[in-house]
Design a protein around this ligand. Sequence first.
Ligand code: P6P
Length: 341
Amino acid sequence: MVNKSKNNLVTLEEYIIQAQNRFPGATGELSQLLRDIGLAAKIISREVNKAGITNILGFEGSTNIHGEAVKKLDIFADGQLISALERSLITCMVISEENDGVVKLGARNGKYIVYLDPLDGSSNIDVNVSIGSIFSIYMREARFDQTLRDDDALQPGVKQVAAGYVLYGSSTTLCYTTGLGVSMFTLDPSIGEFILSDRQIKLPEHGSIYSINEGSYNSWPLGLKKYIKYCQEEDAETNRPYSARYIGSMVADIHRTLIKGGIFIYPHSKRYPSGKLRLMYECNPLSFIIEQAGGMATNGKERIMEIQPEAIHQQTPIYIGSKENVTTVMEFLEEYQEASV
Ligand code: P6P
């Protein structure tokens, strides 16, 4: 039971401490890590919400490892998150979309490894569409000689100790899980605190929204084409046709799916033979959230969180959302898997 303070508001910090107190053996380090991310999120939110006023919009001039133009806010967000993690001396290395390799922090004996997508959907910044930060936290591999190897970061998603996202939209929302359910907080800018808005969130078993970029229809697997046509057929009993919603910012599309149910799909295609979205700092953390809320996330064949990563920036197709919706699309993929695209 969450102890609500007298004015019935529970801040992120209070909630994290109360959750930690339920584990007498807890050292408080994961709590500190989550608070650090919360602080960085408040600072990023402030900049995102005034980006149009300052000259922080636009391109920074470089491109990231995926050849995507890097925006000034991406760099700002990356810097804020890494600085926050550096200060608390409990994170030994960070892997972020904005850095080609592993960033080793000063705390070489730090207990945690953190993956970041500092500002996902940043191509939407200039058109004022919601964007987000995503984080995924692992324990480092314990070794007698305390050595730290880059490939210590190559752990499957099932080994995440915590994951979450911050959505910078009409309000700034922080959502995270440590494997004991999903909690959601909304930033109250008047007091600079994230306030608990929802806990033990469960997404509907079935949803009537499908979310996919239909521009790549011609290069989809046949089973996916058949599934999308199924979504568009008239059938009152199964509440079809579904609604199509696609924001083009994964955090926003997943946040809607968490709240309303349905399915988000980014498949492999001719342009992205391995899928576009990154396994370690987009798909794994958001899959952890959706699974903890009762949903499902696969790459079309296997559970996202059981994929053994081979590279820190590796990409994957993803089918994620309400259990019934994901199960149905997998049946279509299975049925037509031999057929040509
Ligand atoms: P497309 C944003 O660039 C992103 O990485 C995700 O946030 C989003 O879901 C996807 O790419 C959008 O890609 O090809 O539909 O523009």
